[in-house]
Design a protein around this ligand. Sequence first.
Ligand code: GLA
Length: 395
Amino acid sequence: MNEYGLRSSDLFRTCFRKSPDTVLFAPGRVNLIGEHIDYNGGRVMPCSLSLGTYAAAARRNDGVIRLVSVDMGGAVVETTSEELASLPCVPLSFARFGWAEYPLGVAAKLIENGFYVGGFDMAVCGSLPRGSGLSSSASLEVLTCAVLKELFFIRLTGEQAALISLAAERDCAGVNCGIMDQFICAKGRKDHAVLLDTHTLSNEYLPFDLKDSQLLIMNTKKPRRLAGSKYNERRAECEEALRLIVASGMDRKHLCELTHEEFASVEALLPETLRRRARHAVTENERTLNAAEALKTGDIVTLGKLMNASHDSLKNDYEVTGRELDSIVYAARDQEGVLGARMTGAGFGGCAIAIVEKDAAESVKAGVTERYKAQTGLNCEIYIAETGEAPFGKG
Ligand code: GLA
Protein backbone atom coordinates (compact mmCIF):
# COMPACT_ATOMS: atom_id res chain seq x y z
CA MET A 1 0.00 0.00 0.00
CA ASN A 2 1.38 3.45 -0.77
CA GLU A 3 1.73 6.49 1.48
CA TYR A 4 -1.80 7.78 0.87
CA GLY A 5 -3.41 4.42 1.53
CA LEU A 6 -1.43 4.20 4.78
CA ARG A 7 -2.53 7.68 5.76
CA SER A 8 -6.17 6.74 5.28
CA SER A 9 -5.78 3.67 7.53
CA ASP A 10 -3.80 5.64 10.13
CA LEU A 11 -6.55 8.25 10.31
CA PHE A 12 -9.12 5.45 10.49
CA ARG A 13 -7.35 3.89 13.50
CA THR A 14 -6.89 7.23 15.26
CA CYS A 15 -10.50 8.34 14.79
CA PHE A 16 -12.38 5.08 15.17
CA ARG A 17 -10.04 3.12 17.50
CA LYS A 18 -10.14 -0.11 15.49
CA SER A 19 -8.69 -1.54 12.27
CA PRO A 20 -10.37 -1.08 8.87
CA ASP A 21 -11.96 -4.11 7.16
CA THR A 22 -10.67 -2.89 3.80
CA VAL A 23 -8.58 -0.21 2.08
CA LEU A 24 -9.55 0.61 -1.50
CA PHE A 25 -8.49 3.04 -4.24
CA ALA A 26 -10.26 4.87 -7.08
CA PRO A 27 -8.33 6.90 -9.65
CA GLY A 28 -8.67 10.45 -10.89
CA ARG A 29 -8.81 11.05 -14.62
CA VAL A 30 -7.20 12.95 -17.43
CA ASN A 31 -9.09 13.41 -20.68
CA LEU A 32 -6.96 13.03 -23.82
CA ILE A 33 -9.58 14.48 -26.16
CA GLY A 34 -13.37 14.84 -26.50
CA GLU A 35 -13.96 17.85 -24.26
CA HIS A 36 -17.34 19.26 -23.30
CA ILE A 37 -19.18 16.75 -25.41
CA ASP A 38 -20.09 14.09 -22.84
CA TYR A 39 -23.36 15.99 -22.33
CA ASN A 40 -23.86 16.23 -26.10
CA GLY A 41 -23.85 12.48 -26.73
CA GLY A 42 -20.28 12.61 -28.10
CA ARG A 43 -17.20 10.41 -27.90
CA VAL A 44 -14.58 11.07 -25.24
CA MET A 45 -11.18 9.46 -24.68
CA PRO A 46 -10.01 9.69 -21.05
CA CYS A 47 -7.45 7.69 -19.02
CA SER A 48 -7.61 6.74 -15.35
CA LEU A 49 -4.63 7.98 -13.34
CA SER A 50 -2.37 6.39 -10.74
CA LEU A 51 -3.27 9.43 -8.60
CA GLY A 52 -6.68 9.29 -6.94
CA THR A 53 -8.39 8.67 -3.61
CA TYR A 54 -7.90 5.98 -0.95
CA ALA A 55 -10.42 4.90 1.68
CA ALA A 56 -10.05 2.74 4.77
CA ALA A 57 -13.46 1.47 5.86
CA ALA A 58 -15.31 -0.94 8.13
CA ARG A 59 -18.92 -2.04 8.44
CA ARG A 60 -20.97 -1.27 11.57
CA ASN A 61 -24.08 -3.00 12.75
CA ASP A 62 -25.90 -0.04 14.32
CA GLY A 63 -26.71 2.02 11.20
CA VAL A 64 -24.36 4.85 12.21
CA ILE A 65 -22.22 6.36 9.42
CA ARG A 66 -19.01 8.26 10.26
CA LEU A 67 -16.75 9.85 7.68
CA VAL A 68 -13.44 11.62 8.00
CA SER A 69 -10.90 12.97 5.51
CA VAL A 70 -7.16 13.63 5.82
CA ASP A 71 -7.49 16.45 3.30
CA MET A 72 -10.44 18.15 4.94
CA GLY A 73 -9.02 18.71 8.40
CA GLY A 74 -10.01 15.51 10.15
CA ALA A 75 -13.41 16.51 11.62
CA VAL A 76 -15.82 13.56 11.71
CA VAL A 77 -19.10 13.90 9.78
CA GLU A 78 -21.81 11.70 11.26
CA THR A 79 -25.25 10.52 10.15
CA THR A 80 -27.20 7.25 9.93
CA SER A 81 -28.37 5.05 7.08
CA GLU A 82 -31.92 5.65 8.29
CA GLU A 83 -31.50 9.42 7.97
CA LEU A 84 -30.01 9.03 4.49
CA ALA A 85 -32.96 6.89 3.41
CA SER A 86 -35.35 9.65 4.46
CA LEU A 87 -33.50 12.60 2.88
CA PRO A 88 -34.71 13.88 -0.49
CA CYS A 89 -31.76 13.66 -2.95
CA VAL A 90 -31.44 17.43 -3.52
CA PRO A 91 -28.46 19.74 -2.81
CA LEU A 92 -30.33 21.45 0.02
CA SER A 93 -30.35 18.28 2.11
CA PHE A 94 -26.69 17.41 1.45
CA ALA A 95 -24.94 20.81 1.60
CA ARG A 96 -24.57 20.64 5.38
CA PHE A 97 -22.34 17.57 5.06
CA GLY A 98 -19.63 19.67 3.34
CA TRP A 99 -17.11 17.46 1.44
CA ALA A 100 -19.02 14.37 2.68
CA GLU A 101 -21.95 15.25 0.40
CA TYR A 102 -20.21 13.12 -2.25
CA PRO A 103 -19.89 9.83 -0.34
CA LEU A 104 -23.19 10.37 1.46
CA GLY A 105 -24.88 11.24 -1.84
CA VAL A 106 -23.63 7.93 -3.25
CA ALA A 107 -24.90 6.01 -0.20
CA ALA A 108 -28.29 7.76 -0.49
CA LYS A 109 -28.51 6.98 -4.22
CA LEU A 110 -27.68 3.32 -3.62
CA ILE A 111 -30.46 3.17 -1.01
CA GLU A 112 -32.85 4.98 -3.39
CA ASN A 113 -32.07 2.35 -6.02
CA GLY A 114 -33.03 -0.47 -3.66
CA PHE A 115 -29.58 -1.59 -2.48
CA TYR A 116 -28.98 -2.25 1.22
CA VAL A 117 -26.53 0.17 2.88
CA GLY A 118 -26.15 -0.01 6.66
CA GLY A 119 -23.76 1.76 9.04
CA PHE A 120 -20.05 2.15 8.28
CA ASP A 121 -16.94 4.11 9.20
CA MET A 122 -14.69 5.46 6.46
CA ALA A 123 -11.49 7.56 6.38
CA VAL A 124 -10.30 8.97 3.05
CA CYS A 125 -7.07 10.42 1.76
CA GLY A 126 -6.50 11.83 -1.74
CA SER A 127 -3.30 11.99 -3.77
CA LEU A 128 -4.68 14.25 -6.51
CA PRO A 129 -3.47 17.85 -6.44
CA ARG A 130 -6.34 19.80 -4.92
CA GLY A 131 -8.55 21.94 -7.20
CA SER A 132 -6.67 20.72 -10.26
CA GLY A 133 -9.65 19.49 -12.26
CA LEU A 134 -8.46 15.87 -12.33
CA SER A 135 -11.82 14.64 -11.02
CA SER A 136 -11.33 14.31 -7.29
CA SER A 137 -15.10 14.31 -6.77
CA ALA A 138 -15.81 11.50 -9.26
CA SER A 139 -12.91 9.58 -7.75
CA LEU A 140 -14.44 9.87 -4.26
CA GLU A 141 -17.91 8.92 -5.49
CA VAL A 142 -16.74 5.82 -7.33
CA LEU A 143 -14.52 4.89 -4.38
CA THR A 144 -17.59 5.01 -2.12
CA CYS A 145 -19.42 2.67 -4.50
CA ALA A 146 -16.48 0.25 -4.36
CA VAL A 147 -16.33 0.42 -0.55
CA LEU A 148 -20.08 -0.08 -0.06
CA LYS A 149 -20.13 -2.86 -2.63
CA GLU A 150 -17.54 -4.72 -0.59
CA LEU A 151 -18.92 -3.97 2.90
CA PHE A 152 -22.54 -4.81 2.06
CA PHE A 153 -22.01 -7.44 -0.68
CA ILE A 154 -23.84 -5.27 -3.21
CA ARG A 155 -24.00 -6.69 -6.73
CA LEU A 156 -22.90 -3.63 -8.65
CA THR A 157 -21.36 -3.44 -12.11
CA GLY A 158 -18.88 -0.72 -13.09
CA GLU A 159 -21.47 0.89 -15.31
CA GLN A 160 -24.00 0.96 -12.44
CA ALA A 161 -21.33 2.43 -10.14
CA ALA A 162 -20.67 5.18 -12.68
CA LEU A 163 -24.38 5.95 -13.06
CA ILE A 164 -25.02 5.95 -9.29
CA SER A 165 -22.01 8.28 -8.84
CA LEU A 166 -23.26 10.58 -11.58
CA ALA A 167 -26.72 10.69 -10.00
CA ALA A 168 -25.15 11.62 -6.64
CA GLU A 169 -23.09 14.39 -8.24
CA ARG A 170 -26.08 15.82 -10.11
CA ASP A 171 -28.86 15.43 -7.57
CA CYS A 172 -27.09 15.64 -4.19
CA ALA A 173 -24.11 17.92 -5.00
CA GLY A 174 -25.99 19.89 -7.69
CA VAL A 175 -23.33 19.70 -10.43
CA ASN A 176 -24.92 18.97 -13.78
CA CYS A 177 -21.95 17.15 -15.37
CA GLY A 178 -21.76 14.42 -18.01
CA ILE A 179 -20.85 10.74 -17.50
CA MET A 180 -17.17 10.86 -18.55
CA ASP A 181 -15.48 11.34 -15.17
CA GLN A 182 -17.51 8.79 -13.23
CA PHE A 183 -17.21 6.24 -16.03
CA ILE A 184 -13.43 6.40 -16.32
CA CYS A 185 -12.89 6.55 -12.53
CA ALA A 186 -14.97 3.36 -12.26
CA LYS A 187 -13.86 1.43 -15.31
CA GLY A 188 -10.43 2.73 -16.41
CA ARG A 189 -7.47 0.38 -16.71
CA LYS A 190 -3.77 0.91 -16.25
CA ASP A 191 -1.94 1.51 -19.55
CA HIS A 192 -5.19 2.11 -21.41
CA ALA A 193 -7.37 4.96 -22.61
CA VAL A 194 -11.09 4.37 -23.06
CA LEU A 195 -12.98 5.49 -26.14
CA LEU A 196 -16.46 6.03 -24.69
CA ASP A 197 -19.65 6.77 -26.58
CA THR A 198 -21.46 8.90 -24.00
CA HIS A 199 -24.83 8.35 -25.68
CA THR A 200 -24.86 4.54 -25.60
CA LEU A 201 -22.04 3.97 -23.07
CA SER A 202 -20.47 1.48 -25.49
CA ASN A 203 -16.73 1.62 -25.01
CA GLU A 204 -13.42 0.33 -26.19
CA TYR A 205 -10.12 0.00 -24.27
CA LEU A 206 -7.22 1.33 -26.33
CA PRO A 207 -3.62 0.58 -25.30
CA PHE A 208 -2.16 3.90 -24.18
CA ASP A 209 1.18 3.71 -25.93
CA LEU A 210 2.70 7.01 -26.99
CA LYS A 211 5.84 5.30 -28.42
CA ASP A 212 8.84 7.58 -27.83
CA SER A 213 6.69 10.25 -26.21
CA GLN A 214 4.93 10.69 -22.89
CA LEU A 215 2.06 12.68 -21.51
CA LEU A 216 2.69 15.67 -19.26
CA ILE A 217 -0.01 17.10 -17.03
CA MET A 218 0.51 20.83 -16.55
CA ASN A 219 -1.34 22.27 -13.56
CA THR A 220 -1.95 26.02 -14.04
CA LYS A 221 -2.60 26.36 -10.29
CA LYS A 222 -5.43 28.68 -11.18
CA PRO A 223 -8.52 27.84 -9.13
CA ARG A 224 -11.45 27.00 -11.39
CA ARG A 225 -13.78 29.64 -10.07
CA LEU A 226 -16.05 30.08 -13.07
CA ALA A 227 -16.22 26.39 -13.82
CA GLY A 228 -19.67 25.77 -12.28
CA SER A 229 -21.65 28.69 -13.62
CA LYS A 230 -20.06 28.80 -17.07
CA TYR A 231 -20.35 25.01 -17.35
CA ASN A 232 -24.09 25.18 -16.90
CA GLU A 233 -24.27 28.12 -19.33
CA ARG A 234 -22.50 26.07 -22.03
CA ARG A 235 -24.84 23.14 -21.45
CA ALA A 236 -27.84 25.43 -21.84
CA GLU A 237 -26.40 26.92 -25.04
CA CYS A 238 -25.93 23.44 -26.53
CA GLU A 239 -29.49 22.49 -25.60
CA GLU A 240 -30.81 25.64 -27.26
CA ALA A 241 -28.74 25.01 -30.42
CA LEU A 242 -30.13 21.48 -30.60
CA ARG A 243 -33.68 22.75 -30.07
CA LEU A 244 -33.33 25.12 -33.03
CA ILE A 245 -31.85 22.37 -35.23
CA VAL A 246 -34.67 19.98 -34.35
CA ALA A 247 -37.25 22.74 -34.93
CA SER A 248 -35.84 23.16 -38.44
CA GLY A 249 -36.87 19.58 -39.20
CA MET A 250 -33.64 17.65 -38.52
CA ASP A 251 -34.56 15.05 -35.93
CA ARG A 252 -31.57 14.50 -33.60
CA LYS A 253 -31.25 13.60 -29.92
CA HIS A 254 -27.78 15.12 -29.45
CA LEU A 255 -25.56 17.67 -31.19
CA CYS A 256 -22.88 15.02 -31.68
CA GLU A 257 -25.24 12.94 -33.82
CA LEU A 258 -24.77 15.51 -36.59
CA THR A 259 -22.05 14.91 -39.14
CA HIS A 260 -19.93 17.75 -40.40
CA GLU A 261 -22.01 17.93 -43.59
CA GLU A 262 -25.32 17.91 -41.75
CA PHE A 263 -24.13 20.71 -39.51
CA ALA A 264 -23.06 22.76 -42.53
CA SER A 265 -26.60 22.49 -43.86
CA VAL A 266 -28.21 23.92 -40.71
CA GLU A 267 -25.61 26.18 -39.14
CA ALA A 268 -26.93 29.33 -40.82
CA LEU A 269 -30.13 28.92 -38.77
CA LEU A 270 -28.26 29.43 -35.51
CA PRO A 271 -27.35 32.74 -33.89
CA GLU A 272 -23.60 33.36 -33.97
CA THR A 273 -22.70 32.24 -30.43
CA LEU A 274 -24.81 29.09 -30.57
CA ARG A 275 -23.35 28.29 -33.99
CA ARG A 276 -19.84 28.32 -32.53
CA ARG A 277 -20.84 26.20 -29.52
CA ALA A 278 -22.51 23.61 -31.74
CA ARG A 279 -19.58 23.64 -34.17
CA HIS A 280 -17.26 22.76 -31.32
CA ALA A 281 -19.44 19.79 -30.37
CA VAL A 282 -19.63 18.45 -33.92
CA THR A 283 -15.94 18.94 -34.75
CA GLU A 284 -14.67 17.71 -31.38
CA ASN A 285 -16.61 14.48 -31.78
CA GLU A 286 -14.95 13.89 -35.16
CA ARG A 287 -11.52 14.79 -33.76
CA THR A 288 -11.98 12.23 -31.00
CA LEU A 289 -12.77 9.45 -33.46
CA ASN A 290 -9.71 10.42 -35.52
CA ALA A 291 -7.58 10.58 -32.37
CA ALA A 292 -8.66 7.07 -31.39
CA GLU A 293 -7.60 5.87 -34.84
CA ALA A 294 -4.26 7.67 -34.48
CA LEU A 295 -3.64 6.11 -31.07
CA LYS A 296 -4.51 2.65 -32.40
CA THR A 297 -2.12 2.97 -35.31
CA GLY A 298 0.65 4.58 -33.24
CA ASP A 299 0.46 7.84 -35.21
CA ILE A 300 1.37 10.09 -32.30
CA VAL A 301 2.14 13.07 -34.55
CA THR A 302 -1.46 13.12 -35.76
CA LEU A 303 -2.72 12.65 -32.20
CA GLY A 304 -0.73 15.74 -31.18
CA LYS A 305 -2.17 17.79 -34.04
CA LEU A 306 -5.70 16.79 -33.09
CA MET A 307 -5.01 17.86 -29.51
CA ASN A 308 -3.89 21.27 -30.75
CA ALA A 309 -7.04 21.61 -32.84
CA SER A 310 -9.16 20.59 -29.86
CA HIS A 311 -7.69 23.34 -27.70
CA ASP A 312 -8.14 25.93 -30.43
CA SER A 313 -11.81 24.98 -30.76
CA LEU A 314 -12.30 25.11 -26.97
CA LYS A 315 -10.68 28.55 -26.97
CA ASN A 316 -12.34 30.14 -29.99
CA ASP A 317 -15.68 28.38 -30.44
CA TYR A 318 -16.46 27.13 -26.94
CA GLU A 319 -14.68 29.83 -24.91
CA VAL A 320 -13.78 27.76 -21.86
CA THR A 321 -10.00 28.21 -21.74
CA GLY A 322 -8.93 31.60 -20.32
CA ARG A 323 -5.59 33.38 -19.98
CA GLU A 324 -3.76 30.82 -17.85
CA LEU A 325 -4.72 27.72 -19.85
CA ASP A 326 -3.92 29.46 -23.14
CA SER A 327 -0.62 30.69 -21.80
CA ILE A 328 0.53 27.27 -20.59
CA VAL A 329 -0.62 25.53 -23.77
CA TYR A 330 1.15 27.99 -26.05
CA ALA A 331 4.27 27.89 -23.88
CA ALA A 332 4.29 24.10 -24.33
CA ARG A 333 3.67 24.22 -28.07
CA ASP A 334 6.66 26.52 -28.54
CA GLN A 335 9.07 24.04 -26.93
CA GLU A 336 11.21 21.71 -28.97
CA GLY A 337 9.90 18.11 -28.79
CA VAL A 338 6.23 18.90 -28.08
CA LEU A 339 3.79 17.14 -30.43
CA GLY A 340 0.61 18.78 -29.16
CA ALA A 341 -0.98 20.48 -26.15
CA ARG A 342 -4.48 21.27 -24.94
CA MET A 343 -6.54 22.03 -21.87
CA THR A 344 -8.21 19.05 -20.20
CA GLY A 345 -11.40 18.82 -18.12
CA ALA A 346 -13.95 21.57 -17.62
CA GLY A 347 -11.55 24.48 -18.30
CA PHE A 348 -11.35 28.00 -16.82
CA GLY A 349 -8.21 26.90 -14.94
CA GLY A 350 -7.14 23.48 -13.74
CA CYS A 351 -4.85 21.41 -15.96
CA ALA A 352 -3.60 21.18 -19.52
CA ILE A 353 -1.77 18.25 -21.12
CA ALA A 354 1.06 17.93 -23.63
CA ILE A 355 2.50 15.05 -25.62
CA VAL A 356 6.25 15.36 -25.36
CA GLU A 357 9.17 13.34 -26.75
CA LYS A 358 10.67 11.48 -23.81
CA ASP A 359 14.16 12.93 -24.36
CA ALA A 360 12.78 16.47 -24.32
CA ALA A 361 10.56 16.14 -21.21
CA GLU A 362 12.94 17.81 -18.76
CA SER A 363 13.73 20.79 -20.97
CA VAL A 364 10.04 21.22 -21.83
CA LYS A 365 9.14 21.27 -18.14
CA ALA A 366 11.76 23.93 -17.44
CA GLY A 367 10.84 26.04 -20.49
CA VAL A 368 7.09 25.96 -19.78
CA THR A 369 7.55 26.71 -16.08
CA GLU A 370 9.67 29.75 -16.80
CA ARG A 371 7.54 31.21 -19.54
CA TYR A 372 4.27 30.58 -17.74
CA LYS A 373 5.59 32.29 -14.63
CA ALA A 374 6.76 35.30 -16.66
CA GLN A 375 3.35 35.64 -18.31
CA THR A 376 1.01 34.97 -15.42
CA GLY A 377 3.05 35.31 -12.24
CA LEU A 378 1.93 31.80 -11.25
CA ASN A 379 4.08 28.76 -10.43
CA CYS A 380 2.73 25.83 -12.41
CA GLU A 381 3.31 22.19 -11.50
CA ILE A 382 4.13 19.62 -14.16
CA TYR A 383 3.82 15.85 -13.68
CA ILE A 384 4.37 12.90 -15.95
CA ALA A 385 0.95 11.26 -16.26
CA GLU A 386 0.83 7.68 -15.06
CA THR A 387 -2.25 5.62 -15.72
CA GLY A 388 -3.87 3.60 -12.93
CA GLU A 389 -6.31 0.77 -12.30
CA ALA A 390 -9.95 1.63 -11.48
CA PRO A 391 -11.95 -0.54 -9.02
CA PHE A 392 -14.36 -1.81 -11.70
CA GLY A 393 -11.83 -1.83 -14.55
CA LYS A 394 -11.61 -5.61 -14.80
CA GLY A 395 -15.30 -6.42 -14.87
C1 GLA B 1 -16.11 18.18 -16.27
C2 GLA B 1 -17.38 17.33 -16.22
C3 GLA B 1 -17.36 16.26 -17.31
C4 GLA B 1 -17.06 16.87 -18.69
C5 GLA B 1 -15.84 17.79 -18.61
C6 GLA B 1 -15.60 18.54 -19.90
O1 GLA B 1 -15.00 17.40 -15.95
O2 GLA B 1 -17.48 16.70 -14.96
O3 GLA B 1 -18.60 15.58 -17.31
O4 GLA B 1 -18.17 17.55 -19.18
O5 GLA B 1 -15.95 18.74 -17.57
O6 GLA B 1 -15.31 17.65 -20.93
